[in-house]
Design a protein around this ligand. Structure first.
Ligand code: GLY
Ligand code: MN
Ligand code: MN
Length: 411
């Protein structure tokens, strides 16, 4: 993404900040963490560990100061150099780039003179976790400048990140395309008798080859009854002839995620029963594509899906009462996605520009059938579009693809 995008992101945040305030952001989630804080990336466009960013808004005027490490010959030899000031400016659109050794005096100046509020990006895994850099910093501010109010930046990010820009949507689409390559590698190599992790390795190779910069989350490759465990991640069972195998996976590209689920027959052909259940799930997904639109919440959408599943499962005699749906479908149909697979969001009704998942599933453990079909969806002015429509999905297309692979092997 170009620097203009991050200038817009900072303005989005500044619009939500009170006047005469500063937002101070650290690049890591925690002291030695190896993950870039995605809020820091959202605001800066930088993936450099150790950098600090300050966004200020005084009398309505927005500015940003970036603090980076100076060139370090030792570090350059061992892990590669960091960015030079001009490079940081080019990526972030921040002209005022300084070295980290001037950060403390800058903060002293801010808190000692003009800032009424300091926003800090709090994130806490549990009450027992040690203080993050953000929390330790907040403590210092409250101790030393008790008249400066420390505020939580998190809701501002949640609100700003709920709506995606065109550039962000394009990044998600890039991640989706890479995931498609990975899924096709899976379909090309999948055979009964393989272990789930062996099939997974084809995905890994293909997404790396196609330019993935990471994984959106841990891959789920769940054959047979394993597919009925929502967060199955052992991926160590042998795949049996006649099994379905449920894949829930996603490449990420430049910090933006895809989140796709597909369910394939290991031997290339769905049984009649598998096909029946698969098409009920697919029908539910199609219903969701017609339902998802601005004004509804993801919970509203889920209620519509549950009603549909109740009707369909009664039709095939799997349940008698609507309330029994929860035996076979027990998660939500949708979540926001973006830089996090389960992205920050404001939890309000959907709005144009939201990107969410559409992921109905049915899990019939007693029959060893676990099916989830998941696509990534952009909410538009009056409905939604499927961002991952390029990825194979119908029974017919899946069987045709896998039959062609077999034919090619015979040649
Ligand atoms: N892969 C996680 C989810 O679908 O929510
Ligand atoms: Mn998923
Ligand atoms: Mn999902």
């Amino acid at each position: 993404m170009f620097k203009e995008e991050f200038i817009i992101h900072r303005n989005n945040l500044a619009n939500l900040m009170a006047d005469n305030s500063a937002m101070i952001l650290f690049s890591r989630y925690s002291g030695e963490g190896r993950e870039i804080n995605r809020n820091f990336y959202y605001a800066s466009g930088l993936n450099e560990f150790g950098d600090k960013l300050v966004i200020t808004k005084f009398c309505g005027k927005v500015s940003a100061v970036l603090f980076i490490e100076p060139y370090d010959e030792y570090k350059a030899k061992w892990v590669g150099r960091g960015l030079f000031k001009e490079e940081a400016t080019e990526l972030s659109g921040i002209n005022d780039v300084r070295y980290l050794n001037s950060f403390d005096s800058y903060v002293s100046m801010l808190c000692g003179s003009c800032a009424e509020n300091i926003y800090i990006d709090f994130r806490r895994e549990s009450i027992n976790a040690t203080l993050s850099e953000d929390e330790a910093f907040a403590k210092q501010i409250t101790d030393k400048y008790p008249y400066v109010k420390v505020l939580n930046a998190h809701p501002l990010f949640a609100s700003a990140r709920t709506i995606k820009s065109d550039a962000e949507i394009n990044k998600i689409k890039e991640a989706i395309h890479i995931t498609r390559c990975g899924l096709e590698a899976i379909m090309t190599n999948l055979k009964p008798g393989m272990y789930e992790y062996q099939v997974e390795s084809y995905f890994d190779q293909a997404i790396k080859y196609n330019g993935a910069t990471g994984y959106a989350f841990n891959t789920i490759a769940a054959s047979g009854e394993n597919g009925c465990c929502l967060h199955y991640s052992k991926n160590n069972s042998q795949i049996k002839d006649g099994d379905l195998i449920l894949f829930d996976l996603g490449a990420s590209k430049d910090n933006y995620c895809s989140d796709i689920s597909r369910t394939f027959p290991a031997n290339g052909k769905f049984s009649e029963r598998q096909k029946l259940i698969y098409n009920i799930v697919l029908g539910g997904q199609e219903l969701m594509f017609k339902t998802m639109k601005p004004g509804l919440t993801t919970r509203d959408c889920n209620q519509v899906l549950i009603k549909y599943f109740a009707t369909e499962l009664k039709k095939i005699g799997l349940i008698k009462e609507d309330s029994e749906v929860s035996k076979y479908y027990f998660h939500g149909v949708s979540h926001h996605m973006g830089m996090d697979c389960h992205d920050l969001c404001d939890y309000g009704p959907l709005k144009p520009g939201c990107v969410i998942s559409n992921e109905p599933g049915l899990y019939i453990a007693e029959e060893g059938i676990g099916i989830r079909i998941e696509d990534d969806v952009l909410i538009t002015e009056d409905g939604c579009v499927n961002l991952s429509s390029e990825i194979i999905k119908t029974v017919e297309d899946i069987e045709k693809f896998m039959a062609e692979v077999k034919n090619n092997e015979k040649k």
